[in-house]
Design a protein around this ligand. Structure first.
Ligand SMILES: CC(C)(COP(=O)(O)OP(=O)(O)OC[C@H]1O[C@@H](n2cnc3c(N)ncnc32)[C@H](O)[C@@H]1OP(=O)(O)O)[C@@H](O)C(=O)NCCC(=O)NCCS
Length: 246
């Protein structure tokens, strides 16, 4: 899935950290500022503060970069106050040594498996173009709205989606069954109509048949984990854990 933390710097799909050098971005809703602060500094430490989902999901994400253990609580409090001040209703924080006990929001997990194709389930793949990127993005955002740590794709990202050459609509008999986005052998995004996940996945896997394919999934996304496991993918690497701060 398209993670928020990486989405400003590359074609990644789940919440994580943006690449260094990107100073911040504007959201598309009414020009409301919606930024990623790579180096948010308090007098107690440094954090990355990701606010880009505030206008869409009311969510903000904090990744502590540096804080002296004795000042960690105060650093977190100031980061949280900042997130609240810009309108975040839910605030999540990435695992960090010394973090107080907090409820788990979700853990990101890398899954890996060999791409294989059930020919019965193979459907037509239509590459996304500049003309269709808006429709693809709308479908993505609608299906991802309830998925933990998934990024909302913004209009300014449509060119990147189309230019990547890896984003597709999946059709059968003139019906849209879902969408997908591949970067080489990495599945960046998949979404499907109810019950169509396998068809969509086999169609996407046909692009890299026989190769080791990977994806990153939120542990709380039971439907996606179930689908990937059914296709033979296994969890190969725990990634970031995110906790509920507010
Ligand atoms: C992930 C997705 C592609 C799976 O499609 P699918 O395999 O056709 O799955 P469905 O959503 O129709 O649900 C399939 C099964 O999961 C089961 N399921 C539902 N909730 C579940 C949960 N929390 N945990 C485990 N299984 C669950 C359903 O009961 C169903 O099983 P059944 O077919 O035996 O009744 C689809 O759910 C989707 O588009 N989700 C939103 C986008 C998304 O999460 N993408 C993945 C990002 S990594």
């Amino acid at each position: 899935m398209y993670m928020l933390h990486k989405s400003c710097g590359g074609f990644c799909h789940i919440l994580g950290l943006p690449k260094a050098g990107v100073r911040g971005i504007m959201g598309e809703k009414g020009g409301k500022p919606c930024r990623i602060f790579h180096f948010f500094t308090t007098e107690y430490g440094v954090a990355s503060v990701i606010l880009r989902e505030v206008p869409y999901r009311g969510e903000a994400y904090i990744h502590i970069q540096e804080a002296a253990p004795e000042h960690l609580q105060e650093h977190i409090r100031q980061c949280r106050d900042f997130c609240r001040a810009v309108g975040a209703e839910h605030i999540y924080i990435k695992e960090y040594p010394g973090l107080p006990q907090l409820p788990l929001h979700t853990q990101m997990v890398q899954m890996t498996g060999t791409a294989w194709v059930d020919r019965e389930k193979l459907c037509a793949l239509f590459p996304v173009t500049q003309a269709t990127a808006g429709r693809w993005r709308a479908y993505h955002n609608q299906r991802m709205a309830g998925v933990d740590n998934a990024a909302t794709l913004e209009a300014r990202e449509e060119a990147k989606i189309a230019d990547s050459g890896g984003a597709y609509f999946v059709h059968r008999d003139g019906q849209l069954l879902g969408i997908g986005w591949m970067e080489d052998t990495k599945l960046l995004t998949v979404a499907a109509e109810p019950g169509q996940g396998e068809r969509v996945m086999h169609s996407l896997m046909s692009l890299v048949e026989g190769a080791q394919m990977t994806m990153e999934v939120a542990s709380t996304n039971g439907r996606a984990v179930t689908l990937y496991q059914r296709l033979g993918f296994v969890a190969t690497r725990p990634l970031d854990s995110w906790y509920c701060l507010d």
